[in-house]
Design a protein around this ligand. Structure first.
Ligand code: PLP
Length: 497
């Protein structure tokens, strides 16, 4: 499991922090001289600073090896923020990343579903640079700017629903979800929120309350906000049908959650951290009916599934249902931190002026990048490309699975190019094998492929390869996956013998 993830997989979670090197007198003297020089520079007019060659003054002796950086990371950064890979990024291009030692990796993780348009898409970089040359920040709440408005107009037009819409921007996915709840509560005058088991909505306290998985996200962080309820997600292999999920919701209305006190029901169209399980269209239709019946707002959390990942702008479009509010982030801005809430204009306008916002929300560089990323998705046919990648990879995973006797690949699933495959210890029972998954991820990394697990049992591997990746790169990645799987299974069998 790994999103923001339970990156405990390869994290040196229990590694002791390395000792800090002692500061020598020479180091201290060098630092003093540098501080004086920096102060002097700050007093100079900008032009003279800009004309000097750029130097990395923040690094005394730039570490060039992964081992150096790992030691520094362990000494300087708390272990609570885990990293899936013990190697450090140096540069990236489209679907490839190079580490600080020059080793190349194919990126099937996309920085946790952020890079549908790939690393450093030329249009995104050009738009961001152009905006940087004008201004980087005023705060939309102080002096607003056009890129924010243009992006809102674009999203209002793209989002499903034949009604007037408005959009507001923030920085992270969790912030978008928090704000969607604030808007829903104000618009309805109610407090209750209903979420689903296995759902993931973020790491802030309100969103953790809605996130339906304890370890590692919620562990020891409670208590969580009140008035959040949970319904089982329909899960074929666990024998939970859509009808049973709906029955559980109806029971909840009788036992714990008074329906006319419920502000919103929130659901990801494809459970992200929960294992890339698509929501059956039937469930969306039932939820729409129930929400309309009780005056509850329906929120689609598209933070991970949006912006072409599934072959539509928003994954809920596959169902034909229009939610009242949509939360989005990640691939919206092609690698820049930006999130948003899109929704019915009347609902969005419920909060009084000043009730929503945040210093950095809707940063102009990120908005410019988002407009460019959206244009790239449109002009490069990336929605169709997602469908094609999805179909191809499903077929290839099925082939790899059939060749990998004893069979360990199970339940290839997803929507369009948002797909996952489970690794199991027993193909008949589908018993999750998180240990094998960790081994495959580690071996793939050694061989030059970045993979990210997910799922309640940490045994699903998800594919978030940039939609701009070439067929050749995708094939190369799949070949590495197959080799890593074969080696990991052989190693596991040998260890058990
Ligand atoms: C569906 C969903 N909602 C919300 C979030 C939280 O986004 P962020 O990590 O940007 O706060 C995520 C992150 O993975 C997500 O997948």
């Amino acid at each position: 499991m790994t999103d923001n993830t339970d990156t405990t997989a390869a994290t040196p979670a229990d590694a002791k922090p390395a000792k800090q090197p002692r500061k020598t007198a020479a180091t201290r003297a060098r630092k003093g001289a540098k501080a004086k020089k920096a102060q002097a520079e700050m007093l100079e007019p900008r032009a003279s600073i800009a004309s000097e060659p750029v130097t990395t003054t923040h690094l005394e002796a730039p570490a060039k090896t992964n081992a150096d950086l790992l030691a520094r990371r362990q000494a300087a950064v708390p272990r609570g923020v885990a990293s899936a890979a013990p190697v450090f990024a140096d540069r990236a291009e489209n679907a490839e990343v190079w580490d600080v030692e020059g080793k190349r990796y194919i990126d099937f993780a996309g920085g946790i579903a952020v890079l549908n348009t790939g690393h450093r898409h030329p249009k995104v970089i050009e738009a961001a640079k152009a905006q940087e040359d004008r201004f980087t920040h005023t705060s939309f709440q102080v002096m607003p700017y056009e890129p924010y408005i243009a992006l809102a107009e674009k999203l209002n037009a793209l989002a499903p629903g034949d009604f007037a819409k408005k959009s507001i921007f923030f920085t992270t996915g969790a912030e978008a979800v928090e704000n969607a709840v604030k808007i829903a509560r104000t618009a309805t005058g109610r407090t209750g929120v209903i979420a689903f088991t296995g759902g993931y909505h973020g790491r802030t306290h309100l969103t953790l309350g809605m996130t339906g998985k304890i370890s590692p996200y919620k562990k020891n962080f409670g208590p969580f906000p009140a008035d959040i309820f949970r319904v089982p997600f329909p899960h074929e292999h666990q024998g939970i049908s859509v009808a049973q999920s709906i029955q559980a919701l109806e029971t909840l209305f009788l036992t714990d959650a008074q329906p006319d006190r419920v502000a919103a029901i929130i659901l990801e169209p494809v459970l992200g951290e929960g294992g890339y399980h698509p929501v059956p269209a039937e469930l969306w239709h039932e939820l729409r009916r129930i929400c309309d019946q009780h005056g509850i707002l329906l929120i689609a959390d598209e933070v991970q599934s949006g912006f072409g990942r599934t072959g539509r702008w928003f994954a809920i479009e596959h169902s034909g249902v229009a939610p009242d509010l949509i939360t989005c982030a990640k691939s919206m801005a092609g690698g820049y931190p930006l999130s948003g809430v899109i929704g019915r204009a009347d609902v969005m306008d419920a909060v009084e002026p000043g009730g929503l916002g945040g210093t950095y929300g809707g940063n102009p560089v990120a908005c410019a990048a988002a407009l460019a990323a959206i244009e790239a998705i449109e002009t490069e046919g990336l929605l169709a490309r997602s469908e094609a990648i999805g179909q191809h990879m499903r077929a290839r995973f099925a082939e790899i699975g059939a060749r990998s006797a004893p069979y360990r690949l199970w339940d290839i699933r997803g929507l369009g190019g948002m797909l996952a495959v489970e690794l199991v210890s027993d193909f008949e029972t589908g018993t999750p094998d998180a240990a094998l998954t960790k081994l495959v991820v580690a071996k793939a990394l050694e061989k030059g492929l970045v993979l990210l697990p997910c799922g309640m049992h940490g045994n699903a591997i998800r594919v978030m390869v940039p939609l701009t990746a070439s067929d050749a790169i995708i094939e190369e990645g799949l070949a590495i996956f197959e080799a890593a799987l074969a080696e990991a299974v052989a190693e596991q069998i040998q260890a058990a013998a």
